[in-house]
Design a protein around this ligand. Structure first.
Ligand code: PHE
Length: 472
């Protein structure tokens, strides 16, 4: 049983450009309805940005540098997507395809917040307690002093004050005087524990700049709990490839042109030409824009509109899970204002012998900066940054590493692509150009999520199928 299926069968021949998540999902859904699909994929593997790197894997960039992962057995690095929100259709595919999932720790009160200039990082729970506390104090005292009398009734003000006392852990005087919520230098046991020294003022807390970091999971896309497939994100790709049939996916087949004809589509590729009744183009827009085609000026203009964004990640493998043993961090993310932006700790394999930390996950200017460096330079730069948070072990205990700069990945050339506005070109490409359809996360409001690729695939196969059933 599956959540989505096209009703009524058809046998048309469809050529799908690109074997990423969108292309594979199109082939999977059309295949269920009887279509004869072929996926043309330029790279030597399917999956696109859904890529999990394991020991022995090679990663080649556009300038020719090749890294070979030296990870030990069992270590993996999700170089692309890493987390799935519970409302996303991605989880429905995991269920339908039998891909087991586990919790991804997106927010961890024990992880750190680090702002440049701090002598030591602050735990996320400490940053949150102080921010909530001082903001609650400010508002509670303002309320008490009558500043909100014009806006709120006496009952409302009492309810607000009651809430703020809990929200901020305020004292009877409505003051924030620190809180056990901040955590401890030595946690209570038989004894009281030793508290963390409190900041002196609201001004100190604001200057620490931790507000941005603790709001990271407020949005619906990032709210906990989130999930990941067990064993690596590419479990989704493996399952889709198996369901589509590996013989229907031609890797190493780079498309060189698309021609819409009255009675079909002709796709040329490095090894020849391929005829089909319909085509679904799922390459990134900036690559489709460079492909010779006869689909017309508005299509070309639309394909040129989304702006590719650089994004990068670095996987750091350690032989000791010091973040668990020394720092008591079990999964989650440290937020920084350094060029590494984030440090991710693994949400699986707790207490096992080794593990992999994501040493940076950045985008735009920071990702461009790292992307211009060699792998060794990226690693050294990221280690210098991470040492500010974790100390010398961050460098000395490193075993191996792999980095990806998505803007330098062949046949991808970007982390994701964003529309300056969801009008014009975006609308143009929601419709087929003759017999050629377009699909991908970039054709949804879920850019940079696999859910976008999957939602787009469902829409396009629905449109295509209703046309085929109508016989037009
Ligand atoms: N999906 C990616 C992530 O989880 C990129 C992204 C970040 C997309 C933030 C939207 C918002 O990091």
């Amino acid at each position: 049983p599956s959540d989505f299926s096209l009703s009524g069968r058809a046998a048309a021949k469809v050529v799908i450009l690109g074997g990423g998540v969108a292309g594979l999902a199109c082939a999977y859904e059309l295949g269920k309805a009887g279509y004869d699909c072929t996926v043309l994929e330029a790279a030597d593997r399917a999956g696109g940005r859904n890529r999990t790197v394991r020991g022995g894997d090679r990663l080649t960039e556009l300038d020719g540098e090749t890294q070979t992962a030296e990870f030990e057995e069992g270590t993996y690095f999700n170089a692309g997507p890493g987390r799935i929100a519970p409302w996303m259709v991605t989880l429905d595919y995991c269920r339908e395809l039998g891909v087991p999932i586990e919790m991804f720790v997106n927010n961890n009160a024990s992880a750190y917040v680090y702002t440049q200039g701090m002598t030591a990082p602050i735990r996320s729970r400490t940053a949150r307690a102080d921010l909530y506390g001082y903001v609650a104090e400010l508002l509670a005292k303002a309320t008490d002093a009558g500043a909100l009398n014009q806006r709120l009734t006496k009952d409302d003000r009492e309810r607000l004050s009651e809430f703020l006392r809990h929200f901020g852990d305020l004292g009877p005087d409505l003051g924030y005087n620190g809180s056990t919520r901040r955590g401890f230098e030595t946690y209570p046991g038989v004894g009281d524990g030793i508290p963390i020294p409190a900041p002196s003022s609201l001004q100190d807390v604001l200057a620490a700049g931790t507000g941005r970091a603790i709001t990271m999971d407020f949005g619906y896309e990032q709210a906990t709990p989130m999930f990941q497939p067990v064993g690596g994100m590419d479990s989704i790709v493996t399952a889709l490839v198996r369901a589509v049939g590996p013989d229907r996916i031609r890797t190493g087949t780079r498309v060189t042109g698309v021609k819409d004809l009255p009675d079909g589509v002709e796709v040329t590729h490095r090894g020849g030409a391929f005829r089909a009744d319909y085509c679904i183009a799922t390459l990134p827009p900036h690559l489709l824009a460079r492909l010779p085609h006869n689909l017309g000026g508005p299509v070309t203009a639309a394909l040129r509109t989304p702006v590719p964004i650089a994004a990068g990640k670095l996987g750091l493998e350690y032989g000791r899970r010091w973040w668990e043993i020394d720092d008591r961090i079990y999964g989650g993310i440290t937020e920084t204002d350094l060029d590494i932006t984030h440090i991710w700790y693994p949400s699986h394999g707790y207490h096992s012998r080794s593990g992999l930390v994501v040493g940076y996950y950045n985008s735009e200017e920071n990702a461009e900066l790292y992307g211009r460096l060699s792998h060794g330079e990226r690693r050294d730069r990221a280690l210098t940054q991470g040492k500010k948070i974790h100390g010398e072990k961050y460098r000395s205990e490193l075993r191996s590493s792999v980095s990806v700069a998505w803007q330098r990945q062949p046949y991808i050339e970007g982390g994701w692509a964003v529309w300056p506005s969801y009008t014009g070109g975006f609308t143009v490409l929601q419709h087929p150009a003759g017999r050629v359809y377009f699909a991908g996360d970039w054709l949804t409001r879920l850019v940079a999520w696999q859910a976008g690729a999957l939602e787009s695939a469902r829409k396009v196969v629905t449109d295509l199928h209703s046309r085929v059933l109508q016989g037009t």
